[in-house]
Design a protein around this ligand. Structure first.
Ligand SMILES: [Zn+2]
Length: 254
């Protein structure tokens, strides 16, 4: 009886699921949970101090986002980095981001366009991580300015999946003044509402970035899909059993 009518209980369960989702997503994107790592759902639930239901809910969401895959009854795997996924992400981005830029030139509000110009004009952050964040902020602002919610959702999801590759890249490559100049040029083109120009410019910008970093990505993960996971884990200095669980368990049980 209590269970059926207990709305607060249901709310608490979904809050726990949300919590587990956010923690695991961060751990995957920041590669604390290395690509290819397998997780036993029951053990993970116990160690996070959760029941299995909210954990499953969280994992289903992550599966929908292409970050984990069910490989056995209660075993999920953090999706490995593969040359194939990298190529697919690049191909889709190369079509959708120029589309977002063109739509933004057509339908963004004036405040959205001004915000883009301001973002592009900001001086480069001191740290590489800060520069990567700024880069993301600009691209996310373009997605939002497209005023097409579906496109924005898709691109944010693609960005998240690409982020795991970006982490490899940023060890050898950095966003620099040239990238900032390209953002400034793009922002000005958007502000002029040049639909075709904005699409073209975004296409060129992405092409340059993808060419520059693709070589690094493929060198790091390109030796076959099966080898990708353990190699990536080794390079990050992660043991085969990363020390994420205690931290997650502490946070989740609060
Ligand atoms: Zn950019």
């Amino acid at each position: 009886m209590a269970r059926r009518t207990a709305e607060p209980g249901a709310g608490a369960a979904s809050t726990k699921a949300q919590f587990a989702y956010a923690l695991l997503r961060d751990a995957i994107l920041e590669r604390v949970l290395a690509p290819g790592y397998t997780i036993n759902q029951e053990i993970l639930a116990a160690e996070m101090g959760l029941s299995i239901t909210p954990l499953r809910e969280a994992l289903r969401r992550l599966e929908g986002e292409g970050l984990v895959g069910l490989i056995h009854h209660n075993i999920v795997q953090v999706v490995p980095l593969t040359p194939r996924e990298w190529r697919e992400l690049c191909e889709v981005r190369a079509q959708l981001e120029p589309m977002a830029a063109s739509l933004a030139a057509k339908s963004a509000s004036e405040p959205q366009l001004q915000a883009l110009v301001r973002l592009a004009a900001q001086p480069l952050a001191r740290s590489a991580k800060g520069r990567a964040l700024e880069h993301r902020r600009f691209h996310y602002a373009v997605y939002a300015a497209s005023n097409n919610q579906l496109l924005e959702e898709l691109l944010v999801q693609i960005w998240a999946r690409t982020h795991r590759y970006r982490e490899i890249v940023l060890r050898e490559w950095d966003f620099d003044q040239d990238d900032r100049s390209r953002h400034q040029l793009l922002a000005r083109t958007l502000a002029r509402r040049d639909v075709e120009g904005a699409g073209e410019m975004m296409k060129r910008h992405l092409g340059e970035v993808i060419d520059a970093v693709g070589e690094i990505v493929l060198r790091e993960i390109g030796e076959g899909e099966a080898a990708a996971a353990p190699r990536a884990a080794l390079r990050l200095g992660l043991s085969s059993r990363p020390p994420y669980l205690e931290g997650l368990a502490r946070t989740a049980s609060k």
